[in-house]
Structures are given as C-alpha cells and as structure tokens.
Design a protein around this ligand. Structure first.
Ligand code: MG
Length: 373
C-alpha cells in the first residue's frame, strides 16, 4: 500500500511529524477507530522500611495504576498521589473513571490534545493525570517500537547519577540505611524536624560522601533557615531542597541572599506556570511527574526552568518501576536526579530503569521498557 492509498483507506492525515518520521504509515492508523480500553486501579506497594518525612509516615503506599489497550498493544502508567496536595489513590482512580466515556473515544496518537482535554475536565488529581499520560506515551513508544528517551531525541548515556534518599529515623536506623546505600555516590538526607543535628551526625559517623538535603518545608523562620543551611554547608552538603514553606517565597528569597548553597524548589514548583514567580527565590527546580501531571508537563517544566536559567532536577515519589522509569527517560535532560522511589519497595511488580554505581541505566525496550519481575 502506498501513502496515498493508505490515506484513502484510513481517511487520516492527523499524525504528528515526530511520529510520522519514526513509524511506518500503516502502523499509525487512527487507534480511536478501533477504540481504547482504559483500566484504572489502585496498586498497593509494601515498603522495605517505614518511610518518614515531615509530612507523613507509612509502611505501604497506594498508587494509581492505568492500563491502556488499543490495537493489540498495552501501555502502562502509574502516579503516586501526594498527601501534601490532599490526593489519595482511590480518589485518583475515581477521577479517571469519571472521564472514561471521553477517554474511550479519544485518540492516543494525539496525546498533546488528549492530555490538554484531561486537564480541562479534571480538577487537581495530578497523580491520576500522570498515570494516564505515562500509559499513553508507553503505548505510543510500543506502537512505534522505540524507547521513550529515543522518541524524545535524548541520549541514554547522558542519564545522571541518582541520589538515594534517607528518610527521617532514629540515629541507629539512619546509620544502617546509609550503610545499605553504599553503592550510591551521593545521598539525599531528609531533615526538617527537631532531629536535624542528630540525623546529620549519624550520617557523618558512617560516610564522607557528598550529601543533598531536603527540608520538605520544615523551617518556618528565615533566620533559622539561614543558620541551618550555613551549618549544612560545613557538613559537605551540595544543595538544599525546599527549606521553607512553599508560600514563603519572599522569605526564601531573603534566605537565598544570605547563603552560598543553591536552593531547589520542590513543593513550591507545581507546574511550568509556577516557575516564573520562583526564579528570584530559588536556584533550581525539582520536577516530579506525579506532582505536575505527567511526562508532557514535566518536559514543559524542564524547558521553562532552563530558559529561566534555573538548575533542573527530576524527583519521584515512592512508586513502582513504572513511574520511576518514566521519569528516568527524561533524566538525560536534567542536572540532578533523585529517582529511587522504586528501590524503597519490598515488592516492586515491575523492572525497568536500573542503577549501576549510582548511574541511571535506561531500559532499551519500546516505550518505557518495563516488564513484570
Ligand atoms: Mg523534596
């Protein structure tokens, strides 16, 4: 079949130039004609250690899981609801169910328009949106038979090292976790409670590695934040993430002018549009698919941050290898990665991105390249 015959048969010209360059034309027949089957559910993941930050403490985590099947191919997606933004997995699953009549008739090849319409139809529920967006792009990559990073024009060799995160715990367990993370060249330490000095002393008693620190909005007083950050600089810390509450932008700008360490926005940086007002207060931004609503918005955040001269980082929530691998496919674009959420699980059902001596190694299979364990 030549191109003209194919267009005549399918009646379709509406495929993106990026996709048309990558796939054979018959393979791009409009899947909306065949219909899409969307299966949202809740996936329970047990943790190796109870996980504590300034916001929550838990022994398991529920995430939103989406299967998109069309034309004989299934894409997988996942989003981890963030308690900070009042999300939970069951409400996320229900939000997807509420738009199933729309999704059933949608065309996943037109993923930009599809997700823009999802954002118009659903308020909040960014983890659910991330699960949908990841499933769509996994499906697209599988249909085109290319890994997601290649679809995006990225070089897997540029993937950075990832930190391994150490949650807030007793000094004894903190030391044990740091020793277990021996293969990671840089660690991320969670602080922000009144145990900060004991935590850092426990970490430094067993390692001299460079550290990155996340206060998760824990310090409410700008002078306290300056004192803590300057003390952390003396402890071999490279940067500090979200030292003060997200809405204290003016105070954070003041803190930034009184410290040397770079300050990275996480809770304050919810989407690409939020970045313009953060540029005076922060040196960089932590992009998470679960927080912003998926791969497409994460890419916009990364490009906007770069255009504003900000450093870029990819982070994740505790989740399976589906969500973490999706983020890892974008990691050749960023300065820093903190993509360890799958490594904290006792029962990850999937295998995708791996870590060798701290460096992220992207899978080469089509789409996300994840498979069941
Ligand atoms: Mg953070």
């Amino acid at each position: 079949m030549n191109r003209r015959e194919w267009i005549k048969t399918t009646g379709t010209l509406g495929v993106g130039c990026m996709a048309a360059n990558l796939g054979s034309l018959p393979a791009l027949a409009a899947e909306s004609q065949a219909g899409c089957k969307w299966e949202p559910s809740v996936m329970r993941l047990n943790l190796r250690h109870t996980w504590t930050t300034t916001m929550s403490s838990s022994a398991y985590r529920d995430t939103i899981y989406v299967r998109l099947t069309s034309g004989g191919v299934t894409g997988l997606g996942e989003g981890a609801p963030i308690v900070r933004y009042h999300e939970n997995a069951e409400e996320g699953r229900r939000a997807i169910e509420s738009i199933l009549p729309f999704l059933d008739g949608a065309n996943p090849w037109q993923f930009e328009k599809l997700m823009a319409q999802v954002f118009q139809r659903v308020d909040g529920q960014f983890a659910a949106k991330a699960a949908l967006d990841i499933a769509i792009l996994d499906w697209v990559g599988k249909k085109l038979d290319v890994p997601l990073y290649r679809f995006l024009g990225l070089d897997a060799a540029d993937a950075p090292i990832t930190t391994f995160s150490i949650g807030i715990d007793t000094p004894e367990i903190t030391r044990k976790k740091v020793l277990e993370a021996e293969s990671f060249p840089v660690l991320k330490i969670k602080v922000g409670l009144d145990t900060d000095e004991a935590t850092m002393a426990a970490v430094r008693s067993v390692t001299k590695k460079p550290l990155r620190v996340d206060a998760n909005e824990g310090w409410k007083d700008k002078e306290e934040a300056v004192r803590k950050i300057n003390w952390l600089e003396s402890q071999g810390v490279e940067f500090i993430e979200q030292p003060m509450p997200a809405d204290m932008i003016e105070e954070t700008r003041w803190v930034r002018s009184h410290v040397h360490l770079p300050i990275i926005a996480d809770e304050a940086a919810v989407n690409a549009r939020a970045l313009r007002k953060l540029v005076e207060a922060y040196d960089g931004v932590n992009v998470k698919l679960d927080k912003c609503g998926g791969i497409q918005e994460a890419l916009r955040m990364i490009y906007v941050a770069k255009s504003l001269g900000m450093k870029t980082m990819l982070g994740c929530m505790v989740s399976s290898s589906i969500s973490v691998t999706a983020a890892a496919h974008l990691s050749p674009l960023v300065d820093y990665a903190d993509l360890d959420g799958n490594l904290l699980l006792a029962n990850d059902p999937y295998r995708g991105v791996t870590v060798q001596k701290g460096k992220l190694v992207l899978p080469d299979g089509p789409g996300l390249g994840v498979r069941t364990q």
